[in-house]
Design a protein around this ligand. Sequence first.
Ligand SMILES: [Mg+2]
Length: 229
Amino acid sequence: MYTTLLFDLDDTLLDFKAAEKQALSSLFRELRLPLTQTIQQRYATLNTGLWQEYELGKITRETLLKTRFTLLFKQLDQKIDGVACEKRYRSYLSKGHALVPHASEICGILKQDFHLEVATNGIAKMQLQRLADSGLDNYFERVFVSEEAGFQKPQLEFFNYIAQELPYFEKERTLIIGDSLTSDIAGGNRFGIDTCWFNPNLVTNQTSTTPTFQIRQLPDLIKLLGQQK
Ligand SMILES: [Mg+2]
């Protein structure tokens, strides 16, 4: 039976899409610019493209952050400082902490029987702030953020780091739960621990990565873990 649960944060416990949407509308309100559907779509396309280039190692994270709003405002023919706006956007983003349905209740129940840890990619300050604001921070013994580890999911080094840091860590008694096949599930598989894919929209798995388990909503975890006892 499992003793340690590693939870992904974004779109597993915290609703990151809602946070992005809120941050973008706060920024545009501050700039006194209308935020249309078209602009939202353009930003999403630009941002996704840059993240893909970053994941392929074509650009640095620094470039990604410095470019995304500069390009957007260029496309919109607005003479606005994109780098400064990106900083404002990120400060709004760090305030976004809407919960995925049942996150708090499920963490509270699981905490009674398991060691709960967060294993998230991202900027440490921002992730810790969002976790604290969400009220979920008390459920977790440790919070592992890629920036502090120096490695990110799905890199093996990120998982080795977690294993070294936890005195009670045992591979065969650890389960990772996350929404991303390419970072959470692929990373867990690479490291050799069981994986649980949180797939609320029941999307089809088009990757070669196979999770050990799949759940549609967080309460399914209680049943799944009960069966493992
Ligand atoms: Mg995620």
